[in-house]
Design a protein. Structure first.
Length: 475
């Protein structure tokens, strides 16, 4: 080994040994708690927030030099922002020679983070406008959270969620100086996140896992996997906060999920069973939920085969609809709405009473529910289902921004796609107006029946085609 290399190695070894002795001396002879108030003041000044350490401070040296804080709380704008049962700060050794304290690693145990957006659109982590400077620059090699909880509340929209049992490992976390309101624009990192559950009202997602790469406000979350409605789904999220308005692109697919799990959130009764495939591909932009809905563009699809509908024999009801006009096609439409837009479009529907008809059940050979979303309005592209003997289709639009049915019609259709019975629904999701069924055959008597049968014999027979999608007529 060359002499110069040996000298360097001995020098480095001696330096490390010296630092170890210094750290050991600190550990044995320094009462860190005597500096707790100074540490709280320094942290509060650096963050521009109230930092309080309720427990003891400790100094350790394995692995590396670190300071441990018990019961840490952070408040901002008179609200609790974050707390942790324990925080460990890893101190870089070499900068200590220059009397510089540089934190390279942060580990939090059982953190609880509460993000709140007030009625004016400001987040509780933003500092007042008259505060000095903006966000403090950060450069951390590693940040980890274990067994954490995240609460999010949006007072503007009334929405929110809770994520529990979360673990995060982030590397190369960098935050450039700037306005605290532009924090995401100056943030870069690589991370893996896992959460046991995410709860929003009666809706629960479990086993969420994702990998994220972000640089200068542009974040790529891929893959994103989660357990939803009894099945494992996957997708990706692209989020761009670098401009004046945040941009999002969401892709997600949930193959072969049992539809009975979806209906559990809508009705305590078991109204359907069978496997379904769901997919979504949406682009959105905006700072609020309403703004994102107004700009939503993309496609949403729900498809399934060999399903079972409980409570009513649809083919028997369809066969006698001309003598009993009490059957409501829109009730069946709720089955479609319970797919891509179930939580929204069925607000005003009583699912407990939908399929309490003549009893029995129905076999659904195929169900297709494909929608195109343009500027927050969902347009039906191919929405239909087929039983053993009949086809039912839906056409119209769902205004997701104003939460209204827009010229939506349900129809029982013949082999040519013409409507035999048609029923319209309009008005707000919360209180829709359902018109009486419009029956185009059978009520006028045997002569009309004969004409309808004659029309079916001749392909050239004219009719106003209601449905021309992919669901074929029964054989």
């Amino acid at each position: 080994m060359p002499r110069s290399v040996k000298i360097i190695l001995f020098a480095v070894g001696g330096l490390v040994g010296l630092l170890i002795l210094v750290a050991a001396a600190l550990l044995l002879f320094v009462d860190a708690n005597a500096y707790k108030s100074r540490l709280e003041a320094a942290a509060s000044g650096a963050l521009g927030m109230e930092v309080h350490v309720g427990g003891r401070l400790g100094i350790g040296f394995f692995p590396g030099l670190y300071v441990t804080l018990q019961d840490v709380n952070i408040r901002n704008r008179e609200t609790d922002l974050a707390s942790a049962k324990q925080a460990s700060l890893g101190i870089d050794l070499l900068p200590l020679l220059y009397q510089e304290v540089r934190i390279g690693k942060i580990a939090l145990k059982q953190p609880r983070i509460s993000i709140e957006r007030d009625h004016d659109g400001k987040y509780n982590f933003e500092k007042p406008e008259d505060a000095r400077g903006g966000s403090t620059a950060l450069n951390l090699a590693k940040v980890s959270l274990s067994d954490g909880t995240l609460l999010y509340t949006d007072k503007q929209s009334g929405e929110g969620f809770e994520a529990v049992n979360c673990n995060l490992n982030a590397r190369r976390l960098r935050l450039a100086e700037g306005k605290s309101s532009d924090l995401l624009k100056h943030l870069s990192f690589t991370a893996e996140l896992a959460c046991g559950e995410i709860r929003k009202n009666d809706f629960t997602v479990s086993d969420l896992k994702l990998s994220a790469d972000g640089k200068n406000g542009v974040f790529d979350l891929k893959p994103v996997t989660m357990h939803l409605f009894g099945a494992q789904g996957s997708g990706s999220i692209e989020a761009d906060f670098s401009g004046a308005v945040p941009l999002y692109h969401v892709r997600y697919s949930l193959p072969q999920f049992p539809i009975e799990e979806l209906f559990k959130a809508l009705s305590p009764q078991k109204v359907a069973s069978g496997p379904m495939d769901f997919s979504v591909n949406l682009s959105l932009q905006g700072k609020t939920v309403n703004e994102m809905l107004q700009t939503a563009e993309g496609e949403i699809s729900l498809r399934g085969e060999n399903l079972t509908l409980k409570g009513t024999d649809l083919d028997r009801e369809f066969a006698r609809y001309e003598t009993s006009q009490n059957f409501n096609l829109v009730d069946l439409g709720a089955f479609f709405f319970a797919g891509p837009f179930g939580m929204v479009a069925t607000k005003g529907y009583n699912f407990a009473s939908i399929f309490q008809g003549s009893g029995g059940g129905s076999e659904i050979r195929i169900l297709v529910s494909d929608w195109k979303v343009e500027r927050g309005v969902a347009h039906s592209q191919d929405v239909a289902m087929a039983t053993k003997l009949n086809r039912v289709a839906l056409a119209g639009r769902l205004d997701l921004v104003n939460q209204r049915f827009d010229d939506v019609s349900m129809a029982l259709i013949d082999a040519q796609g013409c409507a035999k019975v048609r029923q319209k629904i309009h008005g707000p999701f919360q209180k829709p107006v359902v018109e009486k069924p419009n029956i185009f055959m059978s009520l006028a008597g045997p002569a009309v029946n004969l004409l309808m049968k004659g029309r079916d014999l001749f392909p050239g027979g004219e009719c106003e085609v209601f449905y021309a999608g992919s669901v074929a007529p029964p054989k």
